[in-house]
Design a protein around this ligand. Structure first.
Ligand code: SF4
Length: 76
């Protein structure tokens, strides 16, 4: 399975954790809200889950890249 992460920009609190840890994959927009870097390669699945679980506002949503189904990051 390959996971895809999206930032819910409505609930990101700009902690910077994802940007600091994976600057090639996440960046801040003009309002200091995180977003994915276009065209960046996907994280390995275990890293995607770990990062999403570490987001302090649960703004990193994980999806199955094939089906588009959202993954329950705490049950996976
Ligand atoms: S870790 Fe979460 S709250 Fe922090 S910048 Fe990234 S998406 Fe926003």
């Amino acid at each position: 399975m390959t996971y895809r992460i999206e930032v819910d920009k409505e609930i990101c609190i700009s902690s910077g954790r994802c940007v600091a840890e994976y600057p090639e994959r996440f960046r801040f927009d003009d309002e200091e809200v995180a977003e994915g870097v276009p065209g960046a390669p996907a994280l390995p699945d275990d890293a995607a889950l770990r990062l999403a679980r570490a987001c302090p506002s649960s703004a990193l949503l994980v999806f199955d890249a094939d089906t588009g189904e959202e993954i329950d990051i705490f049950a996976s």
